[in-house]
Design a binder for this molecule. Structure first.
Ligand SMILES: *[C@@H]1O[C@H](CO)[C@@H](O)[C@H](O)[C@H]1NC(C)=O
Ligand SMILES: *[C@@H]1O[C@H](CO)[C@@H](O)[C@H](O)[C@H]1NC(C)=O
Ligand SMILES: *[C@@H]1O[C@H](CO)[C@@H](O)[C@H](O)[C@H]1NC(C)=O
Ligand SMILES: *[C@@H]1O[C@H](CO)[C@@H](O)[C@H](O)[C@H]1NC(C)=O
Ligand SMILES: *[C@@H]1O[C@H](CO)[C@@H](O)[C@H](O)[C@H]1NC(C)=O
Length: 447
């Protein structure tokens, strides 16, 4: 089956008879057969523990997750001569490279694995360095994203750097953006190691330079995209509500905005936190603020407004580069959430239809898509190149790609029954989000 699929892919530009025959064959078979690996290794740890330090709400810590999302690009119709696989139930994300929907596909076995390791890339954050932290299984490294209707060439670091000579990128958002920037830097490190040239006081925003290419990548910490006063202790526990100025954009990114050639902007889960909402310097409501005598507005109220102001800025900016808005990323906590013992024990990709987008992730994404939709018309009018990156489909089927308990260094070395904070939101590096770079490269250079 797999062989046939490959042949079909390889030959899709050949004559239609072959394609038709294969298409008929394919139709009679379920795509889930691709996920032939059925043995699931269950790590032997007991009940996830409760993190007592956590405030009941949203995922907490400063570094928590934000969710990166995918890009939804309005896409052109698939070329007529490719037989279409049967319809999908999954949300339709259109990572459109002009010839096929890059967001519709499958994770297929990839015996060659990742192009970097914890040993070759020094930039992997401790909490996502699953190899070094002793994650016992490695099967999650041997899958690659294969769009249904076309080949996705593997990320080519050399070519990427050559094409990005004298250019500047910025990845703007929360800790998922940081997760992504590390993935990109690691993939590029096979050609040249990036040199860190800047960091802010708290080491949250950073900039790297590739000397041979005069290529710059910035990672801008702006978890709300709008102006936010955040009150958290060193453990990421909130000591007061966030004060959010919904109509004032965070200057950390707007000041830099005109000087970059490519940006990937996203936000997400931080909006779930307790917050007081301001607009025009006046309190307009709040979220999770008992005893405060403000109107509870719910986070969607704030999320819509913040996204609206951010996207309006982009759409009317006269920016000449390419701006991606990335939807937030789905998490895979099961039997709980970040703060109350949720875990992610799977070690293989999910079968098609097995994972459902959780309500919260769906609400965030729907809000993002709606605001993007409104902004993209405006952007088109003013000649701004604004595209959607929606990796929801691609990530939803990778519950095996998170650190889980291996966000800590050898969490069970001393006590195999230890209760450990699980991370089912960020992604192991190397890991599934490396394939974002394959998709982004294809979108930039081949569409
Ligand atoms: C990388 O991970 C392996 C275990 O997979 C470990 O033995 C090695 O020390 C790690 N190397 C670095 C540089 O962290
Ligand atoms: C390096 O790239 C920046 C733009 O990112 C440009 O302003 C600068 O002139 C370039 N430097 C050289 C030496 O080409
Ligand atoms: C903002 O507030 C000022 C005074 O506080 C007021 O004069 C102005 O009309 C307000 N603007 C909007 C758009 O509400
Ligand atoms: C709560 O707000 C309302 C309207 O702004 C005000 O009339 C009332 O006095 C406030 N209550 C308290 C306890 O501050
Ligand atoms: C771990 O838990 C298992 C069963 O719950 C128990 O049999 C074992 O003794 C525990 N081991 C340690 C080191 O506490």
């Amino acid at each position: 089956m797999k062989l046939i699929w490959r042949l079909w892919s390889l030959n899709k530009h050949n004559h239609w008879l072959f394609k038709l025959a294969v298409a008929i064959l394919l139709m009679g078979l379920s795509f889930r057969l691709f996920f032939y690996q059925s043995t699931t290794f269950e790590p032997n740890f007991e009940h996830p523990f409760l993190d007592k330090t956590q405030v009941p709400k949203p995922p907490l810590s400063a570094d928590i997750p934000k969710t990166p999302v995918a890009v939804d690009i309005p896409k052109p119709p698939v070329s007529v001569d490719v037989p279409e696989p049967e319809d999908e139930e999954a949300p339709k994300n259109e990572l459109d490279a002009g010839k096929c929907d890059l967001s519709v596909g499958d994770w297929i076995p990839n015996p060659s694995g990742a192009i970097y390791t914890n040993a070759s890339c020094p930039l992997i954050e401790g909490h996502q360095n699953c190899m070094r932290n002793g994650r016992p299984d490695s099967g999650y490294l041997f899958w690659r994203w294969k769009p249904r209707d076309c080949e996705l060439p593997p990320f080519d670091a050399q070519r990427f750097l050559q094409l990005m000579r004298n250019k500047a990128w910025a990845l703007i958002g929360d800790s998922i953006s940081r997760n992504h920037v590390q993935s990109l830097l690691c993939m590029l490190s096979s050609v040249e190691q990036a040199v860190e040239v800047y960091h802010d006081k708290e080491y949250k925003s950073k900039r790297w330079h590739f000397p041979s290419y005069n290529f710059t990548i910035s990672n801008i910490w702006s978890p709300f995209l709008v102006d936010a006063a955040i009150f958290e202790d060193n453990n990421g526990v909130s000591t007061a509500e966030v004060q959010l100025q919904l109509d004032k954009l965070d200057e950390k990114w707007t000041n830099l905005y005109q000087n970059i050639d490519y940006a990937i902007i996203s936000t997400g889960k931080w909006f779930l936190k307790a917050a007081i909402y301001h607009e025009n310097d006046t309190v307009v409501g709040c979220h999770i603020c008992p005893g405060k005598n403000f109107t509870e507005k719910g986070f969607v109220f704030a999320y819509e407004k913040a996204l609206h102001y951010a996207m309006d800025f982009i759409a009317t900016s006269k920016h000449k580069g390419l701006i991606f808005f990335r939807t937030s990323t789905p998490d895979h906590f099961e039997n709980g959430e970040w703060h109350n013992g949720g875990t992610c024990l799977k070690t293989t990709p999910a079968k098609e239809g097995e994972m459902e987008l959780k309500d919260l992730n769906r609400i965030l994404r729907d809000t993002e898509l709606a605001e993007f939709e409104k902004a993209s018309a405006k952007a088109a009018d003013s000649g701004v190149n604004l595209k959607l990156l929606d990796f929801t489909n691609l990530l939803l089927s990778r519950p095996d790609g998170h650190p889980g308990p291996y966000r800590q260094f050898h969490p069970f070395a001393e006590d195999k029954n230890a209760t450990v904070q699980n991370d089912c939101l960020h992604w192991c590096l190397p890991g599934p989000i490396d394939y974002w770079n394959d998709v982004i490269m294809e979108m930039i250079f081949n569409s």
